[in-house]
Design a protein around this ligand. Sequence first.
Ligand SMILES: Cc1ncc(COP(=O)(O)O)c(C=O)c1O
Length: 453
Amino acid sequence: MTSNSRIVAAWRDRTPGSAALSEQAADLFPSGITHDARLQDPYGPYIARAEGGHKWDVDGNRYVDFFGGHGALILGHAHPEVTAAIAAAAAEGTQFGASHPREVAWAAQVRRMVPSCERLRFTSSGTEATLMAVRLARAFTGRAKLLRFLGHFHGWHDHMTTGYTNHFDGSATPGVLAGVAEGVVLAPPGDLAAVERLLAAGDVAAVILEPTGASFGQVPIRPEFLHDLRRATERTGTLLIMDEVVTGFRISPGGAQGAFGVRPDLSTFAKIIAGGMPGAAVGGRKDILDLLDFTAAPAAGREKIGHQGTYNANPTAAAAGLACLTVVARGEATARADATAADLRAALNAVLAEEGMAWAVYGTSSGFHLFLNPAGRQVTPERFDPLACPMSELKSPPPRLVSRLRLALLLHGVDVNGRLSGFTSAAHDSADVAEAAAALRAALRLLRAEGEV
Ligand SMILES: Cc1ncc(COP(=O)(O)O)c(C=O)c1O
């Protein structure tokens, strides 16, 4: 991208420490980053520490943080109960190569909050959890195919790469076997008729979805669709996998399934389940999870599925997860994060209206998404209905504008993610909302001065 931008120049002035680190990183990592979603032109802030709703970069600049640890931080950064639990666990040893009390307490807490998890297995990432869910579904049903929805994200393993940001025709992405891609069928999100057509052949093992729609509702689906999907899968002997990696313990203490009253056969969790530490889980019906059981699988005439993982139920992740879930189970954290997000969406929409922008901020629960209106629709910010807007417009804003706007917000002390979406936590407050509104106003004026909007 060109760099004769005043926004880029101001960013470089303000962040010399991050600039220096990004130069070293460019020589170490592809694109200088360790997760595709952390890409920022010319570079993002290098963070030194974080607390509550805020984080500070290596140059001492403070940000109101709505990136939210990719959604992992419903209690905010360094919550005292979570950090104390991690410190206590770490002091007692980080890897026993054995079962331990914290994993039992952690799993029991998950099952109390999500009763559909009759049995569960911990993994280290959401990607591993969805990989195991798919394998379980295929083995349990004896069917080959997986049905996914266009634009929905379930991690980066081989079954999940088509149709997320590209290859919408289902063709294999580089490095993925054509045979694996052929085992995945893709449906337009929220399209029950398409799902019913695809399930009719009886060769689909499972349907997996993000229960509030792609990217935490950036492309929302109606909650009734979950009920329709449950009925359609039951009618055809297909398993329903709810990928609650983001929605779990966020939409409600019982996740999306608790909020909408739909019981999936299998669920996957990560992020909040481990309180910001690397930890995740696949859970669900006992008869399905029995495929991982040395005794129950052969007793049911099945071959056991193997499952290893050096860091499964790591004691520090277990400690963080148990501490975090114990707080979340009380309910106030969810209510507080949701209320702050509602205030934030309203405040940002007020700024857009005052600045005469036909953009909108929308979302549910503790999330928000900034819609940049790439097709130039008639939009009144606070009355925008994303359900009436096609996925192509919701998910494909102009990349250069997105990058510049995010940078302009960073320049004014606010971090959102690379999709211009974000999460609130229970640690954010009305001062953070006011700062975000002021930052958006200032960012819009900078973009206008540069002729970007
Ligand atoms: C809905 C969903 N599923 C799965 C994953 C993959 O989880 P992880 O990044 O822990 O591998 C993510 C990650 O953002 C996600 O949002």
